[in-house]
Ligand binder design. Structure first.
Ligand SMILES: Cc1cc2nc3c(=O)[nH]c(=O)nc-3n(C[C@H](O)[C@H](O)[C@H](O)COP(=O)(O)OP(=O)(O)OC[C@H]3O[C@@H](n4cnc5c(N)ncnc54)[C@H](O)[C@@H]3O)c2cc1C
Length: 409
C-alpha cells in the first residue's frame, strides 16, 4: 500500500466555497478526484501494519491540508465550524470517490473533542486538541473492563489520590488501536465507597508512555489485532490530567459516548449503498448463477429495501440533530444502531451463502472502506463488531423498551 497520492496540479480549497453548497460539493469532489490514490483499497489487503499506519497518517494530513480533518470542531480549536449539511456533503463525496476512512483517528477526531469541549480545562484543550491537529496524535479509549462492559459503572480500575498525582492500578480491555495510541481517555474509580457505583468514577487523560502501562494485543478471529488489553501497575497520572471534577467522570463519559453524532453510521450506510449499486450493475451486466435462485433474489432485494429505509431514517436523524444538537429525547439513534447492525450481519451472511465454499477462503482483510468490502469471510466476521460496539444490541433493545416505549421492567 502506498502513501503517495496522485500528483496535484492545483491547490484545492473547498472551504472557500462554503457559502454555496453546490460549489462546495464540486470542490470536495475535485479534491478527492486528485488526491485519492488509484487502487488503494485493493492494495490494503494484507498490507503490513507499518504501511497501514503510514497510509492513515498520510490521509489525515491530506484532509488537514484542505481543512476537512476536523471540520466539525469550533474554529478556536483548529476546526472549521462547518455545518452538519456541509459535513454530510463531505461524507457523500468521500463515499462516491471510494476515499479511505481515518479509522485510526476515530477517538482523536470525535470522542476526545466531544469530551474536552464540554468538560476540559482550557489548558487541556490547548494542549491535546492542538496535538491532534498539529501532530496527528492518536488517542484510545480505556472504558471497558473484563467485568464491566455493558455494566460499565461496575468498573474496578482504581485511581488513588496521593498528593499531586493519582496512582492507577487495574485493567482495561477491548481498547481499539491502543498499541498505537499516544494518549488514552481513561475511566477509573476514585471513591470505592460512593453510595452509587456511578458516583465514584473519575475521568483522566493518560499518557500511554507512563511507567507501569502495559499494552497487550488481542488476536481477533479476523486475524487482526486492533483490540488491546491495558494493564496498569502503580501508574502515576498528574492531577492536572483529571477531566472535570473528581468523582464526576460518569456524566462526562456520556459526552464521550454520544460523540459520533450520526455521521459515522451515515458514512457506513452510504458505503453499503455504494456496494449495492456496484452489485446491481454487475447483475445487470451479466446475471450470475445465484440470480436464478428466487429465494436469494428475494433476500437481496429485501436487504436493499431495508437499507433504503435505514438511509432515510439516518437522514431524518441528521436533520433532527441539525435542529437540536443535544438530541436528548430522540428515539432514533438506538433504533438506527439496531437496524444497521442486524442488516449488516444478515447481508454479510447472505454473501457468504451465495459465495459457497470459495467465499469462506480466509483472504486478508481490506481496511478503511466500510464493511461490505467484497472479502466475504472477513466481512461476515467483522459484522459482529457492530452488534456489540456502542452498547450490545440486547442492552439497546432494553433501553428502547424502557425509555422509548415506556414498558415495565
Ligand atoms: C468494534 C469494537 C470496538 C470497541 N472499542 C472499545 C474501545 O476502544 N474502548 C473500550 O473501552 N471498549 C471498546 N469496546 C468494548 C465495548 O464497549 C464492549 O464490548 C461492550 O460494552 C459490551 O461489553 P462486553 O464485551 O463486556 O460484553 P458483556 O457486557 O459481558 O455482554 C456479553 C453478552 O451478554 C449480554 N448482556 C449483558 N448484560 C445484559 C443484560 N443486562 N441484559 C441482557 N443481555 C445482557 C450482552 O448483550 C452480550 O450479548 C469495543 C467493542 C467493539 C465490538
Amino acid at each position: 500500500m502506498t502513501a503517495k497520492g496522485k500528483s496535484e496540479s492545483r491547490t484545492f480549497a473547498p472551504l472557500a466555497h462554503r457559502d454555496d453548497l453546490d460549489a462546495f460539493r464540486n470542490e470536495v469532489r475535485n479534491w478527492l478526484g486528485a488526491v485519492v490514490p488509484e487502487g488503494w483499497f485493493a492494495r490494503s489487503a494484507g498490507a503490513p501494519e507499518a504501511d497501514y499506519l503510514a497510509f492513515q497518517r498520510w490521509w489525515l494530513g491530506e484532509m488537514q491540508k484542505v481543512g476537512l480533518a476536523t471540520p466539525h470542531w469550533p474554529k478556536d480549536w483548529g476546526g472549521e465550524d462547518l455545518s452538519l449539511r456541509h459535513q454530510v456533503i463531505v461524507s457523500e463525496e468521500m463515499v462516491r470517490a471510494g476515499a479511505p476512512n481515518p479509522d485510526l483517528y476515530v477517538v482523536s477526531l470525535y470522542h476526545l473533542p466531544a469530551t474536552l469541549f464540554a468538560h476540559g480545562a482550557p489548558a487541556q484543550r490547548e494542549r491535546y486538541l492542538k496535538g491532534v491537529v498539529e501532530r496527528g496524535e492518536i488517542w484510545c479509549q480505556g472504558f471497558s473492563e473484563p467485568n464491566a462492559g455493558s455494566d460499565l459503572a461496575a468498573l474496578r480500575t482504581r485511581a488513588e489520590r496521593r498528593g499531586d498525582v493519582f496512582v492507577v492500578n487495574g485493567q482495561k480491555v477491548w481498547s481499539s488501536f491502543a498499541a498505537h495510541a499516544n494518549y488514552c481517555l481513561l475511566l477509573a474509580r476514585t471513591d470505592p465507597n460512593a453510595p452509587k457505583k456511578q458516583a465514584g468514577i473519575s475521568y483522566f487523560i493518560l499518557d500511554m508512555k507512563s511507567p507501569g502501562v502495559t499494552v497487550r494485543r488481542i488476536k481477533q478471529m479476523t486475524g487482526q489485532s486492533e483490540f488491546c488489553e491495558l494493564f496498569f501497575d502503580d501508574v502515576e497520572i498528574p492531577g492536572e490530567n483529571l477531566i472535570g471534577a473528581e468523582n464526576a467522570g460518569w456524566a462526562i463519559a456520556q459526552s464521550t459516548l454520544s460523540a459520533e453524532r450520526g455521521l459515522i453510521i451515515f458514512d457506513l450506510a452510504e458505503r453499503m449503498h455504494a456496494a449495492f449499486v456496484r452489485e446491481i450493475a454487475a447483475v445487470r451486466a451479466a446475471a450470475p448463477a445465484w440470480w436464478a435462485d428466487a429465494a436469494l433474489r428475494r433476500t437481496f432485494v429485501t436487504h436493499y429495501g431495508e437499507l433504503q429505509s435505514l438511509r432515510l431514517l439516518i437522514r431524518r436523524m441528521l436533520s433532527e440533530l441539525d435542529e437540536n444538537p443535544e438530541m436528548g429525547a430522540s428515539a432514533l439513534p438506538p433504533l438506527i444502531k439496531i437496524k444497521w447492525s442486524e442488516l449488516l450481519r444478515r447481508h454479510t451472511d447472505f454473501w457468504l451463502a451465495v459465495g459457497g465454499l470459495n467465499a469462506q477462503e480466509d483472504a486478508p482483510p481490506l481496511t478503511g472502506g466500510g464493511h461490505i468490502t467484497g472479502n466475504r469471510m472477513q466481512d461476515f466476521m467483522s459484522s459482529y463488531a457492530w452488534t456489540i460496539a456502542g452498547g450490545a444490541n440486547e442492552i439497546i433493545k432494553t433501553l428502547i423498551a424502557e425509555r422509548t416505549l415506556g414498558l415495565p421492567r
